[in-house]
Ligand binder design. Structure first.
Ligand code: LLP
Length: 434
């Protein structure tokens, strides 16, 4: 059962693969953030990192819980606006914004741009000036923290494509540069130390490094920090052995650390901002698949091939992520065999789970993979021309579609055939271009 709905009935009704999103879990996670930080640091703003699961209904849901939205591209900005999110609830990120994305952000009146480099500061300033506007901008810096997580999702260290480096003086020069721009108002500092982080220490260290930097910047440039954005990164339990810290523990560590740092640095307490993505939507998602093939290789292993894979969940292939699963239609049957769940893409690396013990698996069984709410829907592709799955929101025994399943026709929708190829093949029309 997910959100009061029978998973097997959902698979029958909506087809598989299917992303199932538990509304109550998302709401609970949002409230945990809002309430925990209200307790330890009332001047906190919680901003949902849309990249984790960007969809119109999800934006509305987190807005309903009082969260603002972090977007990192024109497409995410468009989605937030399409959901009715007011511009002043939107934070515009990204390390490589185009001029037209900056224009879109200014059109929308986004609350803050987060500039990642000197070039972005220049770009935002120039475009704002050409429109007679002043853009509110936060500067993303790299505090030099090495959070213990996968290399590809680690971002706080110095050798990173993100942010401006503090220890070598680049960040200080960037603050001074921003202070001198006429159409940029520098409101605060941003950092994001990494994702799927399991300890409070890197966050607490980030607070003190960022506040020390803010004090030096005040002394050297006159910049007054109004806002400190610590990014996202809180990890979740994908497997029973994972032991992430709770939001409450994060708040209890970060809130007092920031109060203490403000006193130590002789500065007013800045507004604290957090940008959780995974810890808002991650464990709210479950993906349902149908078993197509059970292939036993005697003395080696049993491959269970399902009707989805790296196209709907690239995280295993990309980050060696480990997931847990059950057979939704055999919840009361005893565990029997250890199998490996394979995806349906033409890649040996397209595996969803290596070595998991399940009840005896048969063709037609429904595999439910847990914790797929973050970076699955949003990172899905059409590799091998697999249509992207549908997503349903479940709550109180009701299921509602929030994203339609793509169709085969969608796979060819944007294809264009030059007429000379048609002529060469002797065709008048081909496929969906007919
Ligand atoms: N803020 C910024 C500036 C970010 O870059 C990110 C994530 C977040 C907030 C949200 O982080 P979270 O709370 O979700 O950890 N695709 C990878 C994760 C990439 C994270 C990118 N940035 C994965 O599937 O593990």
């Amino acid at each position: 059962m997910i959100g009061g709905c029978d998973a097997v009935a959902l698979a029958q009704r909506f087809g598989t693969p299917l992303y199932v999103v538990d509304e109550a879990r998302i709401r609970r996670a949002c409230r945990e953030y809002v309430q925990s930080f209200a307790q330890y640091y009332p001047k906190t703003r919680i901003i949902y990192a849309g990249k984790a699961f960007m969809n119109t209904a999800i934006v509305l849901l987190v807005m309903d819980e009082g969260l603002s939205i972090d977007v990192c591209s024109g497409g995410e900005l468009h989605t937030a606006l399409a959901a009715g999110c007011p511009g002043d609830e939107i934070f515009f990120h990204g390390n490589s914004k185009t001029p037209s994305e900056v224009e879109l952000g200014l059109d929308a009146g986004v609350h803050r741009f987060v500039a990642d480099s000197l070039d972005e500061l220049r770009l935002i300033d120039a475009i704002a000036r050409s429109r007679g506007q002043v853009a509110n901008v936060m500067l993303r810096v790299t505090p030099g923290i090495e959070a213990h997580t996968h290399d590809y999702i680690r971002t706080g260290q110095i050798d990173s494509k993100f942010g401006i480096v503090i220890p070598n003086g680049d960040a200080m020069r960037a603050v001074a540069f921003a202070q001198n721009l006429s159409n940029v108002r520098l409101t605060g500092l941003h950092c994001h130390i990494g994702s799927q982080v399991f300890d409070v220490e890197p966050f607490v260290d980030a607070v003190s490094i960022m506040m020390d930097f803010a004090r030096e910047a005040r002394d050297q440039t006159g910049f007054v920090i109004e806002e400190l954005n610590l990014g996202g990164g809180l990890g979740i339990a994908y497997n029973p052995s994972d032991e992430p810290i709770s939001v409450q523990e994060l708040a209890a560590a970060v809130g007092p650390a920031l109060k203490g740092a403000a006193i130590r640095c002789g500065m007013p307490q800045p507004v604290l901002m957090l940008e959780p993505g995974r810890s808002i939507v991650g464990d709210a998602g479950t993906t349902l698949y149908t078993v197509n093939v059970v292939k036993h290789i005697e003395g080696v292993r049993t491959y269970v091939a399902v009707d989805g894979g790296m196209a709907d969940n690239p995280r295993v292939a990309l980050y060696q992520a480990r997931y847990d699963a059950v057979l939704a239609n055999k919840m009361n049957e005893p565990l029997g065999e250890t199998v490996s769940i394979a995806g349906n893409c033409c890649e040996s690396g397209d595996m969803l789970i290596w070595d998991i013990t399940l009840p005896r698996v048969d063709v037609g069984d429904i595999v439910a993979v847990f914790c797929t709410g973050a970076y699955n829907f949003s990172m899905a592709s059409n590799y091998n021309r697999h249509p992207r799955p549908a997503a349903v929101l479940v709550a109180n025994g009701q299921a509602e579609l929030i994203a339609k399943r793509e169709t085969y026709a969608d796979m060819c929708r944007l294809d264009v055939v030059p007429p000379r190829l048609l002529r060469a093949c002797g065709h008048v029309a081909v496929g969906d271009n007919a």
